[in-house]
Ligand binder design. Structure first.
Ligand code: A3D
Length: 310
């Protein structure tokens, strides 16, 4: 029997998620959005069914506004909520998206209580916290998609700067999904060669700054709305790691209970993702400077989470 993937939110990211999940034959896809947008998701689902003969995939893709249709989903990916517009911070979305995430969490809890849940809605680290509190799901089954994207951006910018294949750039980004996130140049390599051996400190700082501001760079270019191709791929990578028990090491917002000295907070850390969900958090021995940067991003996320009053 095929796996079932429920996508809550059928907007920009949700529709790309549906396409990627179908193309990669991860399972049958249910795209849920709220009325009056029911018909657009039904239309998007039908369009994707009609793409299948050329896309060469077998998957059932349906659109709905009824949570009963996500019953028994193996994976839930949540993009429901408002995206940023030019001039907005992610935190500006807190008030509107907290209500949406609470509704979504209740719908998922009632209908897909065993799913591995990936949250994408911003402000990410606070929304994943709210989702876990409302559902009460174990920490292994709730993760925020942010580090996967932040790391992809870091790798992409390095590859673009050096004119090398992005496949050969390895690295990680820790912390909250915001301007205080912590790219780790010390642990970044290009085909095994340490980044610091081949580019200047100034270039590294320029690349790190661009990574921290990457979401805002796209929002400015779009004018309205935020990135959607790269966030969708990042979330699909996490879903695939779970569904295929790949044990991929992917930076995600995971509930830390002592790791990195952080307690009761979802924050971006390298995680092993396999059939048991977030199976393990890998702890890096950080330098004092890196610890100080991590403390700053943790303080920012703590402040936003406190505003959720949960
Ligand atoms: P958008 O295209 O507006 O899609 C969001 C969809 O959510 C819309 O179709 C809404 O109708 C739907 N929706 C609203 N309320 C509900 C509800 N209660 N139940 C079900 N569906 C609902 O936005 P988008 O897809 O571009 O972005 C979605 C979210 O992802 C936003 O909050 C973005 O800020 C966030 N985002 C996060 C990242 C990260 O890296 C964490 C990156 C890019 C975007």
């Amino acid at each position: 029997m095929r796996k079932k993937i429920a996508l809550i939110g059928g907007g920009q990211i949700g529709q790309i998620l549906a396409m990627l999940a179908a193309q990669r034959e991860l399972g049958d896809v249910v795209l849920l959005d709220i009325p009056p947008l029911e018909n657009p998701v039904k239309g998007k689902a039908l369009d994707l069914m009609e793409m299948a003969p050329h896309g060469n995939y077998d998957a059932s893709i349906t659109g709905t506004s009824d949570y009963k249709d996500i019953a028994g989903a193996d994976v839930v990916i949540v993009t429901a909520g408002k995206p940023r517009e030019a001039g907005m911070t992610r935190e500006d979305l807190l008030a509107v998206n907290i209500k949406i995430i609470t509704d979504v969490a209740n719908g998922v809890k009632a209908n897909a209580p065993n799913a591995f849940c990936i949250i994408v809605t911003n402000p990410l680290d606070a929304m994943v916290y709210v989702f876990q509190k409302v559902t009460g799901f174990p920490k292994s089954r709730v993760a925020g998609m942010a580090g996967a994207l932040d790391t992809a951006r870091w790798r992409a910018f390095i590859a673009m700067e050096l004119g090398v294949s992005v496949v050969d750039v390895a690295g990680t980004v820790l912390g909250g999904h915001g301007p205080d996130m912590v790219p780790l140049p010390r642990l970044t390599t290009v085909g095994g060669v340490p980044l610091a051996d081949i580019v200047s400190k100034e270039t590294i700082e320029k690349l790190a700054t661009r990574t921290r501001e990457a979401g805002t760079e796209i929002v400015k270019l779009f004018g309205k709305g935020s990135a959607f191709f790269s966030p969708a791929w990042s979330a699909i990578t996490m879903a695939e790691a779970y569904l295929k028990d790949k044990k991929r090491v992917i930076p995600c917002a995971a509930l830390c209970e002592g790791e990195y000295g952080v307690r009761n907070l979802f924050i971006g850390v390298p995680c092993v993702i396999g059939a048991r969900g977030v199976e393990k958090i890998l702890e890096i021995k950080l330098t004092d400077d890196e610890k100080a940067m991590l403390a700053k991003t943790v303080a920012g996320v703590t402040k936003t989470v406190a505003e959720t009053k949960m």
